[in-house]
Design a protein around this ligand. Sequence first.
Ligand code: NAD
Ligand code: TDX
Length: 334
Amino acid sequence: MKNILITGGAGFIGSNFINYILQNRDDINVVNLDKLTYAGNLENLKPIENKPNYHFVRGDITNVELVDYIFRKFDIKYVINFAAESHVDRSILGSEIFYRSNVIGTNVLLEASRRFEVQKFLQISTDEVYGSLGDTGLFTEQTPISPNSPYSSSKASADLMVQAFHHTYGLPTVITRCSNNYGPLQFPEKLIPLMIINALNNKKLPVYGDGLNVRDWIYVIDHNKAAELVFEKGKVGEVYNIGASREMKNIEIVKLILKKLGKSEDLIEYVKDRPGHDRRYAIDSSKIQNELGWKPYYEFEEAIDFTIEWYLNNKSWWERIISGEYQKYYEVQY
Ligand code: NAD
Ligand code: TDX
């Protein structure tokens, strides 16, 4: 059995990952360490919460004593670090928690991994560390790191620390840098779920600037399959980009969602641009495709339908979030 510490497993990508991996494998023990910030939601883990090889610990990755205790108690030999403050707009409002959780938190996990002789440390990073592209070109693993927002700078700092631990101490680390994810369980502050929910509620859809910023979209399950593959087979010390080559302008996505929900484009409202708004992200994922044999499975057209369908069928999940009720749920549960 592999004892894996998965951090941030109550968030969007982490919970999809744990649900996916525990439904598909029983050769692993998963310890999910999550602080349950506004973005963490234990309801996301209902499908697997009673499995004997799943354990949840509520706590902060910056807590050295707690992290030490977990490594010792569960004999942790593998780490996958999803935990982070993840929303660019929030990082613009206040950067401190981004620095604490994303940089210091990763450092605490790295130090513990070094002491407890971890056999693989996977850092879940983002294409945003590369900065912004012009109209052409793609991010490769050789693209210099050039982050622009407090969020992406904190993720880039964490990546550098991960690489330093490999270089200096020989810690067996790997880093994945994925493009924009979408799918079930995404917190409705991010573009796609926000637009779906606002449209369903006949509220305005706020489009930043001219709406022509480009993001490269990947279905969360494709990201998670790639992350699992890198965790199992990725060469230590390496970085792997992950993306599904599906560039879309924000306004195209917003109009598509309105069309699929049968709502009027009059709901679109152009608002003040995000400060320092990156213009375009686009990923070259040929390394993971050629070296590890990964390729994306889901077409955007079908996976956006699953996603919209999921939000239509799980109104209570997001209604609790937008009413703030889910916070009370945690107080009762833990
Ligand atoms: P999310 O905000 O939905 O979830 C983050 C989770 O981390 C939450 O459950 C939260 O409670 C937990 N967390 C935050 N700070 C913590 C701390 N100090 N200690 C313990 N737990 C803490 O984020 P997400 O979209 O699922 O992103 C997960 C990871 O993937 C992040 O590292 C993010 O940078 C990366 N990533 C996200 C995307 C995307 O499109 N969402 C793309 C590429 C990479
Ligand atoms: O209300 C909005 N209106 C709008 O026009 C919101 C929330 C976003 N946008 C634009 C900004 C971006 O160009 O949509 C695009 C996508 O925005 P987000 O969903 O906030 O994602 P982004 O800033 O691209 O970052 C995401 O992808 C990379 C994740 O939040 C990060 O965690 C990940 O690392």
